[in-house]
Design a protein around this ligand. Structure first.
Ligand code: SAM
Length: 261
């Protein structure tokens, strides 16, 4: 029996998701490059449809009706479902993709096995959780988040499970448009907007008292220059490696490379 209780999370925090999480064109180019020309595409944990190809057959799958309801008119067809039990025949897809979703799957190993079963190629966006846990907001304002981040499945575990060494850094440009948790790494004032906290699965978990304490400290550090002094090096960067990784497994290439039996 697949546990879908955690999957229901996005029926509450997903409200208004599409407005906050606007696909970034730089990430789109890198993700589509990894997807290649394989077809059809299964987008698992697809949510509102960010980063899906628009030039071929795509099927989107997600357990949250709230998320699927936010798909744009004309977006690819979608089905309710979970990664751990994909409603598809073996090898039915050319590629199975999953963007920032694997850490939500109650049984991520089973989910990845399903992606391998239904498609020759997998493209996954996941995080280096150690690196993510070092982000300045976590480090200096909400250290309670660090153990939570470190408990999540890491990109390297995803790669090991899929059997690939192809793990690519996905940096965050300085004007990144998709409001993932560290998106505003050099725009710290953005974190003073509590709306942002409600839409991040990591930040939304925090106790309101922790949120209030963090916001008060951040506002004070921005006002007296402490934040800028502490993070001066970030202001020099055009892009920042917060820990996002693109994991790519090409089953066909692996099969071709395998020695004859
Ligand atoms: C952060 S959102 C990412 C949505 C989309 N891929 C994007 O990048 O905008 C995570 C998504 O994973 C979905 N999800 C949660 N548990 C899942 C599961 N077991 N199988 C597939 N998707 C799941 C959630 O409903 C949510 O839509």
């Amino acid at each position: 029996m697949v546990d879908t209780t955690r999957s229901a999370l996005y029926d509450s925090i997903g409200i208004g998701y599409a407005a906050m999480r606007r696909e970034d064109p730089r990430w789109r180019a890198r993700i589509l490059d990894a997807v290649g020309d394989a077809a059809p595409v299964l987008n698992v944990g697809a949510g509102a449809g960010s980063y899906e190809p628009h030039d071929r057959l795509v099927v989107a799958l997600d357990p949250s009706a709230e998320m699927l309801a936010q798909r744009a008119p004309g977006a690819a067809p979608c089905v309710l479902g979970v990664a751990e039990q994909l409603p598809a025949a073996d090898g039915a897809y050319g590629v199975a993709m999953g963007v920032l979703t694997v850490h939500h799957w109650p049984d991520w190993r089973r989910g990845l096995a399903e992606l391998r079963r239904v498609a020759a190629r997998q493209v996954i966006v996941a995080t280096d959780t150690d690196r993510l846990a070092q982000f300045w907001l976590t480090r200096d304002y909400v250290p309670e988040l660090a153990p939570y981040e470190r408990r999540q499945v890491t990109a390297h575990q995803v790669a090991a499970e899929l059997g690939t060494a192809d793990v690519r850094v996905l940096p965050l440009p300085r004007d990144f448009s998709d409001a993932v948790y560290p998106a505003f790494w050099r725009r710290p004032e953005a974190f003073l907007n509590e709306e942002l906290w409600r839409h991040s699965s990591a930040l939304a978990r925090l106790d309101p008292s922790v949120r209030r304490r963090a916001l008060t400290r951040l506002a004070a550090d921005l006002a007296d220059g402490t934040w800028h002094e502490r993070n001066a090096d970030l202001m020099e960067l055009d892009e920042f490696d917060a820990g996002f990784r693109l994991v790519v497994r090409d089953g066909d290439a692996l099969d071709r490379a395998a020695p004859p039996a």
